[in-house]
Every structure is written in C-alpha cells, then in structure tokens.
Design a protein around this ligand. Sequence first.
Ligand code: ADP
Ligand code: MG
Length: 565
Amino acid sequence: SNRIETLEFQAEARQLLQLMVHSIYSNKDVFLRELISNASDALDKLRLESLVDKDLAADVSDLHIEIEVDRDARTLTVRDNGIGMSREDVVRLIGTIAKSGTAELLAKLRESKDSAASADLIGQFGVGFYATFMVADRVTLLTRRAGESEGTRWESTGEGTYSVETVDDAPQGTAVTVHLKPEDSDDHLYDYTAEWKIREIVKRYSDFIAWPIRMTVERKGEGDETTREAQTLNSMKALWARPRSEVDEAEYKEFYKHVSHDWADPLETIHMRGEGTFEYEALLFLPSHAPVDLFAPQARRGVQLYVKRVFIMDDCEALMPNYLRFVKGVVDAHDLSLNISREILQQDRQIQAVRRRLVKKILATVKELKANEAEKYRTFWSEFGPALKEGLLDDPDNTDAILDVVSVASTHDPAELTGLRDYVERMKDGQSDIYYMTGESRSMIENSPHMEAFRAKGYEVLILTDPVDEVWVERVGQFDGKPLRSIAKGQVDLDTEEEKKEAESAREQQRQEYADLLTWMSEKLADSVKEVRLSTRLTTSPACVVGDAHDITPTLEKMYRAMGH
Ligand code: ADP
Ligand code: MG
C-alpha cells in the first residue's frame, strides 16, 4: 500500500520542534553534526547486524556517509547506506521523543523566561534529528531498512504534522534532505551549501567518525572545464587508539558529544590503555550534568564496547557497575569475538579484570578532582554523588576508595560539605565515634531534639539527607576505625567521667522527684512506647521519642511503610 498518511507529532515533540523552528539554540551548525552522528550510528548497527545475521540481504561492501548539496535548490542531503528504518520505525523514532525526562524539560523551559538559560537547557537535553529545523523550513527523509524491500518517505515543515508514504525506489539506508531557510541565504556564515562551510563543520565536529564522510567537489581545471571528484572530509582516526599527546581537547569534547548524545562539554576525560595478555583502549568521560533519568529503574549505562574498531554494543553493563552508570565512553577490547553476547561478556574473566581497572581509575580520577580541582569536584558531587554512594552497598572491594571521595553536609559549616577524613581530623579529644543523623532535610535534622545535646557540647554531626545514606552508613559501619553512630538511636553518652558523677547524683535526685510522674506516664502511654525515662540529652525540648539502638530509624521506617511493609 502506497498510502500517504498525515500524522501529528506527539505533543512533546511538537513543543520541542517549535523551539527549534524559532532557533532557541544559537549554534545552528550542530544540525550537521547530529545528522552525521545518526548516520554513523546507523552504519555501526548495520555492520553489527550483518555480522550476527549472515543471511541479512544487505550490501555492506562500501559503508559510508555522503553529503550532497544543490546550490540552486538550496538543499543539503546527508545520506548513509546503513541500517535504515521501516515505516513503523520512522513514525516511532522520528514522530515521538522517547527520551525520559522530556516532560520535565519542557516544564522547565516554560518557566524560564531567559532565552540563554533555555538554550542551555536544550543544550543539555540534546534534540538530535530535530536540530535540522533550526536551518530548514522543510525536511525530507527517504529510508529503507536493510533486508526489507519497501522504503518510506517522510516529510515535515516542523509545524505540528508530518507525512509518511511507502515508496518502491528507496536505496538501502537513509537520506535526510534539508531545505534551507531562505532568510539565511544571504548570510555567508550560514551558507550550508558552501564547500568550505561543510568542510569546516565536519572537521570540527565529526573528524573522528569511523566511516568515510564523502562529498563531491568541483574544481576548475585549466581552461574552462570543471572536474568533479569525491573527497573524504574526515580523518576517521579512532580517537581512543591515538596516543593522548596527539589528541587535543576540542577533539575529545566532540567525541564525547557523539558517544553521549549530550550537547554540553564533559567535565573530565579519562584516556587509558591496557597492555599485556588482554589489550584494550578506553576513552571515558565524566559528564558535567546528570541525565534526567539517572534514578529511573531503566537508566542505561553509557559505555560502548568495540572490538578492534568494530562497534559491538551500547550500554555494556559488563564493563561498568550500576553505580557508575553515568560514565560515558568507549572501550575497545582486542581479543574478543565479534559475536560475543551480553551473557557471555558478564562471565568473561578478562572483561571482569578490565572492569575492575576502569572502576579504580574512575574513582582515582574523582579523588584527584577532590584534591586538586575543587570546583569540578563540587559539580561532580552534586550531580553524581547520590549515585556514586550506591557503590557503598554494591561494591565492597572499593568501599575505601568511595569513602575517600564522599562529601556530606555537616553541622561544622552550613555552606560547605565535608569529607569524612576532615570530620575525623576535627574530632574532639576523647571522641571515639563519628556522629550522624539521617532525615529528609537539613532543617529537619538541625531542628531535631536529638541534636540539642550535641550542639550544646560542641560535637559535630553529619547531616545525611539522601535516601541511600540511611542504608550505606549501616552497611559500612565505620570510617578509619571509628564507628559511624546515629544520634537518633540508643543512648548516646557525651559526658566526661567527672561530669558523669555529678550528673548521676543530680539525676538520682530527679528520678525520685519524678518517679510518680514517670510511672503515671508509662501507664498512660503503655500502648505506644516501651518505656518513659528521664533524658539527659535534651536542653530546650521537653520530650523526644527515641528508638532502641537496634531499631530502624524514623526515615527508614517511613521508607518501608511507603514500600508496603
Ligand atoms: P538519538 O540519536 O539521540 O537517538 P535522534 O533524534 O538523533 O536521537 O534520532 C532519533 C532516532 O531516529 C535514532 O535513535 C535512530 O533510531 C533513528 N534515526 C535517526 N537517523 C537515522 C538514520 N540515518 N538511520 C537510521 N535511523 C536513524
Ligand atoms: Mg542522534
């Protein structure tokens, strides 16, 4: 059926397109980077599929990307002979935005009146294919999925609807044609049909792409004849395989944007190589901001696996523990089969060894940031600290390395977080425990009656407000041989020997004085509490409820109750 359908973009997609049509983002050149990046992904996917499925009816002999311009029609086409899309794929992948967090992003954009801030948000989100509508008033996409016979033609002006049509004569792969906006035609800087402009953009953003990016260029020969020849615009050097000294910062940044689909620069780059029995190269990045789905149950890991320059899989969980799921990049392992499955990878001893080395290197890098680059570390910790702390539950081998980079709020300084080592250095003479309290917010904890005696005696208390804190302090139990002790549990003894003696006699007196009252209260409250006793820990509040040392804390109790226990 060659039916033409006109369909509506999903509501979120429509809103994002509106922003693109009105060019909220000022760097329009990146539309070409996005198209090339998609073409490169499509070629990776086809090569992999052809390795796995020997019967796939697809030509993989000359996989490449082609850029074609028509100066008269003012169009630019990016064509690949990669995996392509079926009609259903086109509707699902191009007509909707599957990225989680889209709704939140749009809500933030609506709130923000400042267009620079909006552009920044968009930049962090990344809009991929839709970036074409910054420069185009119409975009056409012609595609055919490898192994299928019918192709699909898609077209839209970016204004709410698009058309899809089944066609007979589409070549395998995808061609995206951008009909350039007439208003940019006079502006030399935005002339995307000019050879120099395209060369410049490819060089800047896509030089490392592993597939040839070709363009036919015209050259005036002697006399009047023009010759036409296809040129490859990119160097195609796998960045991770080059020595660090030969890669410049800008190249790392662009590579990061390609693998991460992020528009913002990375916070830190880690380039390493393993030699010996199992050779590999790794190029990893710490992003500068957390993805919106960092804590979603399906959050994906960001490390791609290559085998000798051949892309094998995205999201390689065998290479990165869950608590480091925000790390992006590439690992190229030399001695693996191209057909390796996820299940086999998980059990591969050498992959496990690589993973251990990557984890150590990442934690060492964070430690270095903490020691030498306070600003970067602060950004890292506020974006990824809560995820990293999950490692204190999941990765016992690296507990010490993780504790070394943990920062927590503390009563010591309302404005700054503190490291555990710093806390220990400030401990008072005779103090043997590290005191902490967990709760929903700093102010709740600071105003808690449990805090009073500690404040009065000048003891520092760590203020733990992330849900995971509750669990890791229990699990880890101590730091540097000093027990981690909740001030909300059990009896906490803050007095010196002398003070104790004095206090004991005073208390004995009080006990007699209040005996009747306590008995009366115990009886009245028998259904709700185990015991009513005089407290030594309150200074201004009249009463507080405490758990036994082995009871769960109120926050945990709430958590369990919310989970239906
Ligand atoms: P992203 O690349 O971050 O997934 P895009 O908006 O750039 O987001 O692309 C959306 C999806 O459309 C891609 O994930 C891919 O499945 C599909 N797609 C885009 N361009 C191509 C292409 N040239 N060949 C095959 N599929 C493509
Ligand atoms: Mg993309």
